[in-house]
Design a protein around this ligand. Sequence first.
Ligand SMILES: C[S@@+](CC[C@H](N)C(=O)[O-])C[C@H]1O[C@@H](n2cnc3c(N)ncnc32)[C@H](O)[C@@H]1O
Length: 264
Amino acid sequence: MTAIAPGIATYGVLHGVGVGPGAPDLVTLRAQAILRRAPVLALPRSCDWGGSKAWEIVAPSLGDVAGQERIFLTFPMSKDPARLRPAWDRALDAIGARLARGQDVAFVTEGDPSLFSTFIYLQREAPRRWPGVRVEVTPGVSSVMAVPAVTGIPLADGQERIAILPGTCGLDDLDDVLARFDTVVLMKIGPEMPRVVAALERAGLLDRAVYVSRATMAEQRIARDLREVGAERGDCFAMVVVAKKERSGVLAGDVPPRSRGGVP
Ligand SMILES: C[S@@+](CC[C@H](N)C(=O)[O-])C[C@H]1O[C@@H](n2cnc3c(N)ncnc32)[C@H](O)[C@@H]1O
């Protein structure tokens, strides 16, 4: 709870809590402690009838906490402000009502809250809506770090440079980025896989790329031939990593069989 000034509203603390890429045992101890203590969990999902990936990740370790409220907030996967605005208004109203009652709210995000996360907007909006509110970020294991772990392909060493690109907007300079960086991470690919494959073919880098969907989750999938994946509609938890440098021979053959980050 935040004491702002005598006689002025006292808000609860707004937490952005990263819970990792999917495996329940990649939720950090700090995240677990905050989630256990928080009177309110705010759990994002992409449609009213669907589940929340964030909740799916924490449910096994957290379970039902006595007296804890869970609010599921729908953020449609859309760039259309007419669809997004009302969803955001509802979410902000729901969170604001709890903060104004002095309750701490833990907004749970998949991966890390500071990378392509809904929480980033909330973090920006919070001081405007709730002046003096304290916002705390608890980092999580990002999918960017989970993917190298499950493929055995490191991201960078020594002087190497990495680029992280969102596929949903801004693949226009992909040829240039592929030429200039040692490792390129493509997130949020959605329906753009054919464009990614075409750019990799032009650059002669198709055999240096790996596609990973749902890293560390039970449904994890790793594909070395991106053309196979090209025909499929992109998975919303998938990324492509292009690592130019061959370090261990991994890229020359199959991705080694690896554990799924602790998923039994
Ligand atoms: C909205 S962003 C969220 C990123 C998240 N905050 C993080 O730190 O990993 C969603 C994108 O992250 C990537 N992603 C998230 N989880 C993933 C996973 N388990 N395996 C592969 N990619 C994943 C995908 O590129 C997906 O489109």
